[in-house]
Design a binder for this molecule. Structure first.
Ligand SMILES: [Fe+2]
Length: 408
């Protein structure tokens, strides 16, 4: 678990994780009153750490497994009132803390200690990237990246994934137009989420006979109004990948809409509609002889700060509205207003799929749709799959960690 910092070549103490902690500052002085350890850094910053916090985060084998870095002790194993009886800055710049009554001395990595300085307002960086909302004027086309580069190079993939978290959509170009490329691309990010549409699914023109068994409007040639997929599920898929393999039909233009931007427009302009789309729940039910998924949720789900964090707009899978008598007309007004804005030219980004295009989008934020296409001429084939947002966030953190660890 002991690491060597690439910049200084010093041997640092272990940390209770697999992350990389560059050392940009060193402690110069440390003191303790038993309960609180105070550290003075070489740039003048003063940091304070509770003895119980330091003891809990000790990276010694009795506290964290050297193999898994997971905690091996139970909460009741922690001394109820640990005392940091003495502290010292070691010759290599790490911080040594001795705890009583155990008589245990633990060394702390200065890069880790500095980065986790909660006494100066530090909060967990979950790697989340604030969304930049867009309409068609602000974003005419998806942020576009070279597909083969993203499949081969970590730096290129990281850039694309950061754009995906910011805008909710990216397009990779020239991804080989074969049947398994979408799986290879998805697994560069993380784990694919299976569904009743299959591990991978096809959205393609098909002989009229075979459509009798179709279980989604998407398998016909008609226009699809902007929507999210699978609002019928407790966890609406956080990510969708659509890879164009063939496209020689007329029409079938892609439409993508930032649902957060549409929600913001309602928030700014009409308090009644805002209440309707954020408070009144619809029941979403999938229609299938074999499955019966259901979930109740408003069209726009808010986070703890009152901001949109999820759009549930699989409007063609709504069950009969079942809400308070007085909310029925408001629910329909909100639904109509939200979908009318989402379908308007102001919010919808449109483009044609080119074979090799792989569009990755946040299915809980960005609505997707298409214009109708003429399936009497040519062929249209998209291959897709679902994933979760957290797969992207995990990959971003790991890629950032690896890039931080590279010298220079
Ligand atoms: Fe869809």
């Amino acid at each position: 678990m002991t690491g060597t910092d690439a910049l200084s070549g010093r041997n640092w103490p272990p940390t209770p994780d697999f992350d990389t902690w560059p050392v940009e500052h060193l402690p110069v002085e440390a003191g303790t009153d038993g309960r609180i350890v105070t550290v003075a850094w070489d740039d003048g910053r003063i940091s304070r750490y509770h003895a119980i916090w330091l003891r809990d985060n000790a990276a010694d084998p009795a506290t964290h497994s050297p193999a898994t870095r997971e905690q091996v002790g139970h909460p009741w194993d922690l001394p109820e009132d640990p005392v940091a009886s003495s502290v010292a800055v070691a010759a290599n710049g790490s911080l040594d803390v001795t705890f009583m009554p155990e008589g245990r001395t633990v060394a702390y990595h200065p890069g880790w200690l500095r980065a986790l300085d909660y006494s100066n307002g530090r909060r967990d960086d979950l790697g989340e990237i604030a969304p930049t909302c867009w309409d068609r004027r602000r974003l005419e086309a998806p942020p576009t990246f070279d597909g083969p580069a993203c499949l081969d190079r970590d730096g290129a993939l990281l850039e694309a994934l950061e754009a995906l978290m910011e805008y909710g959509i990216v397009r990779l170009r020239d991804v080989p137009a074969d049947e398994t490329a979408v799986q290879r691309a998805a697994e560069r990010i993380g784990t694919i989420r299976n569904s009743n549409f299959g591990f991978l699914f096809d959205v393609k023109t098909a002989p009229a006979e075979s459509r009798k068994a179709a279980d989604s409007n998407a398998y016909f040639s008609g226009a699809l109004a902007p929507h999210t997929d699978l609002a019928t599920r407790e966890y609406e898929p956080g990510l969708q990948l659509l890879h164009c393999l063939r496209n020689t039909t007329r029409g079938g233009r892609a439409i993508y809409v930032d649902g957060f931007a549409v929600a913001d427009e309602l928030r700014r302009t009409d308090a009644g509609l805002w209440r309707a789309v954020t408070q009144i729940e619809w029941t979403f039910t999938n229609r299938s002889p074999a499955t019966d998924y259901r979930w109740r949720a408003p069209l726009v789900v808010l986070d703890g700060n009152g901001d949109p964090c999820e759009i549930r707009a699989t409007t063609f899978l709504r069950g009969p509205l079942n809400v308070d008598f007085g909310d029925v007309e408001a629910a329909y007004a909100g639904l109509r207003a939200f979908q009318t804005l989402a379908a308007s030219a102001r919010f919808g980004m449109t483009f044609d799929y080119t074979p090799g295009d792989l569009v990755i989008f946040d299915n809980r934020r960005v609505l997707h749709g298409r214009t109708a296409f003429d399936d009497a001429v040519g062929e249209r084939a998209l291959k897709g799959c679902y994933m979760e947002r957290e797969e992207v966030l995990s990959r971003i953190r790991v890629l950032r960690r690896a890039l931080r660890a590279k010298p220079g």
